[in-house]
Design a protein around this ligand. Sequence first.
Ligand code: NAD
Length: 339
Amino acid sequence: MPSERALGVAVVGTGRMGADHVRRLHHVVSGARVTAVVDIDAERARTLADAIEGCTAYTEPAAAMAAQDVDAVLIASPGPAHEAALLEALDRDLPVLCEKPLTPDAASALRVVEAEQKLGHRRVQVGFMRRYDAEYTKLKRLLDSGELGRTLMLHQRHRNPAMPSWFTEEMLINDSVVHEMDVTRWLLDQEITAVTVHKPAPTSYAPEGMSDPQLVLFETESGALVDVEIFGHCGYGYQVQAEAVCERGVVRIDDEHGPRLTADGRWGGRVTPDYLERFEDAYDREVQAWADATRRGETTGPSVWDGYAAAAVCEAGVLSQREGRRVRVELIERPALYK
Ligand code: NAD
């Protein structure tokens, strides 16, 4: 595409995330515009398209990708629909930003890795947006600087006020802890080698059939230990925290988001209600970075390798969750394209 004109983006899947990305591309991101929206719910796609000048509604991703005014694709359909859309886009050599998870399991993620390798260059960025969050970015920079020595442990907490009724116990791993898997691999710059899931006595607010909260333990290549508390029904808000324990110091992020109020003999602040508010700036930066790189003809950010590695850790996590034992993570050798 000529870099002087705005990037024409097709947004595939216009539910909670997709509709928010349409808003973001239309109102926040510069150098890009939404030229197509795709949803199997035709009415939903049409309603969104009608509100944006020059935007066409489709029900088939392939039809949108074939349109003249579509230069790139943002995939925000449910995980099981990602593989078909990704392979279609790669077949057309179209740049993609694909919401996490890349695909729901390691075998299908590997098929996407193979398709991109066949193309011979990177075309897909995976939506692990915490890498664009200001606090996570500062933490990464500090750890990479070596100032604190090696990182020995990471403590992470991921709490949601409540989960929707269709949310399953496996989804605690595949849809929630998957973010901590990527954060761990990215912050420590190494692979996760084993996963163990522990289940304390559940909260009485957990739905039937879901053990909630859970404590997930990762082991990494260098021998670092990483724990993740995943709590789907904490009741009070959406909270994500991380603490790195290093040889010469400890660094914590995400303790407090202003404003801090002091009144009536108390001090305190507000907890964000959901991920859309907590990570609003990260989503904005992620999509802007993708649009900018795409207009330069580049692909940056989390790769399909990162999506595949996270899928493999998820599989080990779900098995451990089911069988109550430590499970080793099996990965293929990392292809040269992702080194
Ligand atoms: P959703 O159920 O609200 O929306 C999904 C939409 O996709 C619906 O409108 C549905 O009709 C449509 N759809 C289903 N199959 C389709 C297909 N084959 N082609 C086109 N459209 C199709 O789901 P959501 O919460 O918006 O999640 C969408 C994606 O975003 C998922 O991959 C999810 O894991 C991811 N997500 C990411 C984050 C994050 O923090 N990065 C947060 C939430 C969700």
